[in-house]
Design a protein around this ligand. Structure first.
Ligand SMILES: NC(=O)c1ccc[n+]([C@@H]2O[C@H](COP(=O)([O-])OP(=O)(O)OC[C@H]3O[C@@H](n4cnc5c(N)ncnc54)[C@H](O)[C@@H]3O)[C@@H](O)[C@H]2O)c1
Length: 265
């Protein structure tokens, strides 16, 4: 079906690597006008080239640290200058370093809170200031299955992702009357197919420090679908939820794309 993203103005945060890259390329194939906001502009420019080849109507890389509200506002202004408005926001930035809670420090908690939660607040706040007067918009935030049932070595990260789930439901309730839909996608373990799909800032640069090959095999075996996820599988769900044509009556929902790791009714 036609997702009706042709010439739509889309912002993808953290679009330089892995899942964000796949989301960017997904919108590119649909002919969208994209602003890719990332702190890794080197890898982002590589993805922008791929996006142009894939069919993006326009794409611009903006250096943006989502934890900084002034940089977020400048990124949104760039999208408005490029395309006149912002139709879709994808809050994709996230970061973790797997450790048991007792091994972490208050500085580490603050970094996790800023990147995973404050970044979503900054971007959503700025998006709503454009979308509400336009009476139209769609926001999809990338959470994690760690938010749904707790996950060892992801205590603070999982809590922030659970915060995103709740935050997006409230924003969905408050802004439905303005024609704005807000939804969440929770990936399970999702690894790049190739090292070229990530930049030096990706969590997956040292894959083994996240999961050894043996651990990945165990994860795959434990899942109903018996395989580890790939970024395009998450991107497909994100595009579905972002699309008014496909999901025009869907808001405040949290969807797992995790091979069946969590099944929440
Ligand atoms: N990959 C997984 O297994 C998995 C599982 C569950 C949830 N997630 C979530 O999916 C999203 C994407 O994960 P991924 O595996 O593609 O991550 P990744 O680390 O491969 O890529 C993240 C991107 O965000 C950028 N980034 C990091 N901090 C930033 C900041 N402050 N401002 C702007 N850009 C910043 C990085 O440069 C990078 O390009 C995250 O929200 C993550 O928490 C991923």
């Amino acid at each position: 079906m036609d997702l009706e993203f042709t010439d739509k103005s889309v912002i993808v945060t953290g679009g330089a690597s892995n899942i964000g890259r796949a989301i960017t390329l997904g919108f590119a194939r649909e002919g969208a006008r994209i602003v890719l906001g990332d702190i890794d502009t080197v890898q982002a420019e590589i993805v922008a080239e791929e996006a142009r080849a894939a069919g993006a109507a326009a794409i611009e890389v903006v250096a943006c640290d989502v934890t900084q509200l002034d940089q977020v506002e400048a990124m949104f202004q760039r999208a408005v200058d490029l395309s006149g408005t912002v139709d879709v926001l994808i809050n994709n930035v996230g970061w973790d370093d797997l450790m048991f809670f007792t091994q972490t420090t208050p500085d580490f908690w603050r970094k996790i809170i800023d990147i995973n939660f404050v970044g979503v607040l900054n971007c959503t706040y700025t998006a709503l200031s454009i979308m509400a007067p336009a009476n139209s918009g769609s926001i999809v935030s990338i959470s994690s299955d760690a938010s749904r049932q707790g996950e060892s070595r992801e205590a603070v990260y999982g809590a922030m992702k659970a915060g995103i789930n709740s935050f997006m439901k409230t924003v969905a309730k408050e802004n439905g009357r303005n024609g704005i839909r807000c939804n969440v996608v929770c990936p399970g373990v999702t690894i790049p197919a190739d090292d070229e799909e990530i930049g030096s800032n990706s969590m997956w640069v040292n894959k083994d420090s996240m999961f050894t090959a043996e651990q990945l095999e165990k994860v795959a075996k434990s899942l109903p679908l018996k395989k580890i996820g790939r970024p395009h599988e998450v991107a497909n769900a994100v595009l579905f939820l972002a699309s008014n044509a496909a999901a025009g009556h869907v808001t405040g929902q949290v969807m797992s794309v995790s091979g069946g790791y969590s099944m929440i009714g």
